[in-house]
Design a protein around this ligand. Structure first.
Ligand code: GLY
Length: 300
């Protein structure tokens, strides 16, 4: 059994590519990383890689991470300024014997040493958009691209990449490179990854929570819903109004699901016998019944 799931409609191309690879025997990690890379290279996607949205000072700082479900090994980078394929730097760190997370100039130096592309990340289009956001004094979304993959040999992997919150303060790091918050993977259970406001996702350790619910025997759809619902409600009880959060979840049997606390979330998925398709997600907080087990049309 193989499966691939990715956040947001623009993940569909990555899902299509990964589906071809996984069906031909590609390993989960390679499929997830190459799917992220494809989206990073798409300059029309303004939340990752080249063309990502700059920070308050007008330059991009990229965060990315990977996790190997067999070893629980992690590779993560934060605040990468000169390498548009942040996910490749994260993937290279997974293999490092002692260092698995680097930030800022150290992360850029590592990417250079690995021979990774040093093209400018900021595009003219992204700078125009940044100027407009500055004029409006508006912030900008944080549509992190996350892929979870299961390969035929039972291996699970997660890979995430983002330019983070638009107009963020220099040095701000979101959930995406933080294990348990932005991503998690465990071959014995499943994998999860998050998109939304990093500061809130971190409060709930959203990805780890979703995988923990798999451990309790929940279907990935229920696990994702419980993770979002519990985190959302816990923040409300503490007097904090949560911003947008969403989580995708895949189990070791290739079943998957997703949940969010807002109206906009759509994910892309494919699995053995299921061609690549998009799935709009019903928010768990508008309808509490969404937290109960349910079948998603066209999913399985
Ligand atoms: N979820 C991405 C970020 O907050 O940076």
């Amino acid at each position: 059994m193989w499966a691939i799931i990715g956040t947001w409609p623009f993940a569909l191309r990555g899902v299509e590519q990964a589906a071809r690879g996984l069906a031909a025997g590609q390993e989960a990690m390679e499929a997830a990383v190459q799917a992220c890379r494809l989206i990073e290279d798409d300059e029309t996607v303004d939340s990752v890689g080249r063309g990502g949205i700059p920070n308050r000072e007008g330059y991009c700082e990229l965060d990315a991470a990977v996790m190997d479900g067999r070893s629980l090994g992690i590779g993560a980078v934060a605040g990468l300024r000169h390498c548009p394929n942040a996910v490749l730097a994260a993937r290279a760190l997974l293999d490092h014997p002692t260092h698995n997370m680097l930030c800022g100039p150290g992360a850029d130096a590592f990417a250079r040493e690995q021979g990774l592309s040093q093209r400018p990340i900021e595009t003219p289009q992204a700078m125009e958009r940044w100027q407009a956001l500055k004029r409006q004094q508006a912030s900008h979304g944080h549509d992190t691209v996350c892929f979870l993959a299961l390969s035929n040999n039972g291996r699970l992997a997660s890979a995430v990449t983002t330019s983070g919150l638009g107009l963020k303060m220099p040095g701000r790091v979101g959930d995406s490179p933080l294990a348990g918050s932005g991503f998690y993977a465990d071959d014995e259970l499943g994998a999860a990854a998050a998109t939304g406001l990093g500061e809130d996702i971190m409060r709930g350790l959203l990805s780890f929570q979703a995988v923990s619910y798999l451990k309790q025997g929940l279907h990935p759809q229920q696990a994702a819903e419980q993770a979002v619902l519990q985190a959302h409600q816990r923040m409300l009880r503490g007097g904090h109004q949560p911003d947008n959060m969403a989580v995708i979840c895949l189990d070791k049997q290739g079943r998957y699901g997703a949940a969010c606390n807002h109206q906009e979330f759509v994910y892309a998925a494919a699995a053995q016998g299921q061609p690549p398709h998009l799935v709009p997600v019903v928010p768990v907080i508008d309808n509490q019944r969404a937290a109960a087990p349910r079948e998603l049309k066209g999913l399985r």
